[in-house]
Design a protein around this ligand. Sequence first.
Ligand code: AVJ
Length: 317
Amino acid sequence: MDKHLDDDDLARELRADVRAGLTADSRWIPPKWFYDARGSELFEEITRLPEYYPTRTERAVLEEHAPAIARITEAKTLVELGSGSSEKTRLLLDALVARGTLGSFVPLDVSASALSAAVESLTTAYPGLSIRGVVGDMTRHLRHLPEGDNRLVAFLGGTLGNLMPAERATFLTSLRSVLHDGEWLLLGTDLVKDPAVLVPAYDDAAGVTAAFNRNVLHVINRELDADFDPSAFEHVALWDPDHEWIEMRLRSTRDQRVHIAALNLDVPFAAGGEMRTEISAKFRRDGLTAELAAAGFAPRHWWTDPNSWFGVTLAQA
Ligand code: AVJ
């Protein structure tokens, strides 16, 4: 594995993010801090919830169209950004291996532990492939992606929607700049739909998403020696129709003051005071086409499920 991020870098970034976010007028914590070992487990549990349709919907789209993706791209290298457990990737790997073009797989993730587990199991499952994990942040370490001809970069799961619109533009532009003309981007995006479907996906009956949301407080307690009482914050998920995104927040149930020892910072919360922990933007085909074009990508194919709940775009650099 190539490491471009070590524990010190992550600790420094977490301190900077928490200080900036919790001293801002509108408080926020970036969603990447959900994913420690427990948070990654909770996310895996979310993907199996009846209300959380994105994972299984995207999987169905990929199951149906992976052979076409392999035929159209004939990719020699598959790069996966934010690969996590790399489960859906197997559909792409199988199709590209069957097509006979694939030589290597490069998963990139911030979590060294998730990545090494994935690399280990995939190395066993695909002995003919060269598999090289890159520990890095997809918004900062794209220039460290290995060269290779005819690469296909997969960015699945709807994670693009966790970036703010301006960050999205920067990210897509920098991804385009590390690709050669003709290389490929496979992008999975959750689509705008009835809020009666969207909101429960982020506020499930079993409370798994609530636990996932509060997990960020456990992360801050452990890593920054803070004294958040997670039970004194309630999970909020709301649909913002103007921005067309789901917003997750944590809302203080009482007046309280939190001490973050590693930052030497006290943060007061009034009862009802909130902090934003995630946006999850939902897309329309037209808007996405425009965003991709602005970043220098030409959308070539668009696939979706019968309900048009989740879109998979194949775009060319
Ligand atoms: C897979 C990271 C895109 O925004 O839907 C799931 C994360 N947050 N439930 C999403 C998530 C709350 C998820 N991503």
